[in-house]
Write a protein that binds this ligand. Structure first.
Ligand code: 13P
Ligand code: SF4
Length: 355
């Protein structure tokens, strides 16, 4: 394998692999192949490298900002300049003065940051950090679906590809979905994509009959109703709180439903001391930090041996990959001008409505 030979050369190279003149065309091609296949530059990092120190040094040197989602590992939340949910991270991306944006989350989030900041370089530690919701709605299939409803406007959950955003009237996140839907007059017919669970939940709140794309989050659809009920019996003093990406039967028994940030705010304000939490387990780090005297119990999923309430995509991020990515400024998000120009419109509409 060409990589094996090439890796040895990588060790001796200094930062900015693709930007400098040290690599010839063939070497750049090998790097691209490696990124396509592995999702990151798989270079060795010696034990003498103090990852946190080096990341902070490189960040300063490159005027970079690190934006981390609540679902990544605790150490990646702690090293971030801003940690938040999808809406908070988009808002932060829209106001950053940094030259380089390092998005520690998943691909659609980094793409959104790039669409908001076309002139800035946006990188993420692992290109393979995808999303089951985004994958559930391929642009060509969605175009066929949309064509069946010519008088409908499209609201897309931010968890979708840049291509899908180009076919959307307004983007929403779980934090502002109700507000975005309510910004349309009641008589306006709507398509909601790609999360059917969030769409169903908003339909139930508004009495609307939005047409739903059949997508779901592989983490939030796996919670076990029976096991949650058993936990509620075991801890009768605990409140059960859930993210609206969960399925309807789970939401029906929740004491509180909200986006990741809303759940975090809720546990801080609630007088309860115990919570069963149905969202990705990464948020427990912030909950424990904000409320060290409260107890947070992750809601169990159907198969308790599989760690299904961890998002395997979010968990592809690591301190080592973050270091390598910041050092080499790779992998980088690239999108065509056409996609950026079209996808900007529904994202900026969302940011405007959410002010
Ligand atoms: P929020 O960040 O809007 O809470 O959405 C959760 C999620 O699944 C992100 O991938
Ligand atoms: Fe996608 Fe679900 Fe993972 Fe969020 S938690 S990135 S919606 S798969």
């Amino acid at each position: 394998m060409l990589w094996a030979v090439f890796i040895s050369k990588l060790i001796f190279l200094q930062p900015d692999l693709m930007g400098n003149q040290k690599l010839n065309v063939m070497e750049q091609t090998v790097i691209r192949e490696m990124l396509d296949e592995r999702g990151f530059i798989d270079e060795p990092v010696g034990p003498e490298i103090k990852l946190v120190e080096e990341i902070n040094r490189l960040k300063k040197e490159k005027n970079a900002v690190i934006l981390s989602h609540y679902y990544v590992e605790s150490e990646l939340q702690d090293i971030a300049d801003f940690v938040g949910d999808s809406l908070g991270l988009s808002q932060e991306a829209a106001k950053t003065k940094a030259d380089l944006i390092v998005f520690v989350g998943v691909h659609f989030m980094a793409e959104t940051a790039k669409i908001i900041n076309p002139s800035k370089k946006v990188i993420l530690p692992d290109l393979k950090a995808g999303c089951s919701l985004a994958d559930s709605a391929p642009a060509d299939k969605f175009a066929e679906f949309k064509a069946q409803y010519p008088d409908h406007k499209v609201i897309s959950y931010i968890n979708c590809t840049a291509e899908l955003k180009t076919m959307t009237d307004v983007i929403c996140t779980s934090a502002n979905a109700l507000k975005i839907v309510n910004s349309f007059p009641p008589e306006q017919k709507l398509i909601f994509a790609p999360d059917k669970n969030l769409g169903n939940y908003i339909n139930s709140l508004t009495g609307r009959d939005m047409v739903l794309w059949d997508g779901a989050c592989m983490v939030h659809e796996k919670y076990s109703l029976e096991k949650i009920i058993a936990l509620m019996d075991q801890y009768p003093d605990a409140e059960f709180i859930a993210h609206p990406e969960c399925e309807k039967p789970v939401l029906l028994i929740a004491n509180y439903i909200g986006s990741t940030t809303a759940l975090l705010n809720y546990v801080e304000k609630s007088p309860s001391k115990k919570f069963i939490v149905a969202t990705e387990s990464g948020i427990l780090h912030q909950m424990n930090k904000a409320c060290p005297n409260k107890i947070f119990i992750p809601a169990p999923s159907i198969d308790s041996t599989c760690g299904c309430n961890d998002c395997s995509y979010m968990k592809l991020n690591s301190l080592q990959k973050l270091y390598i990515c910041l050092k080499n400024e790779l992998p980088e998000i690239t999108l065509s001008d056409e996609v950026i120009q079209k996808a900007r419109i529904p994202i900026f509409r969302m940011l405007e409505i959410s002010k």
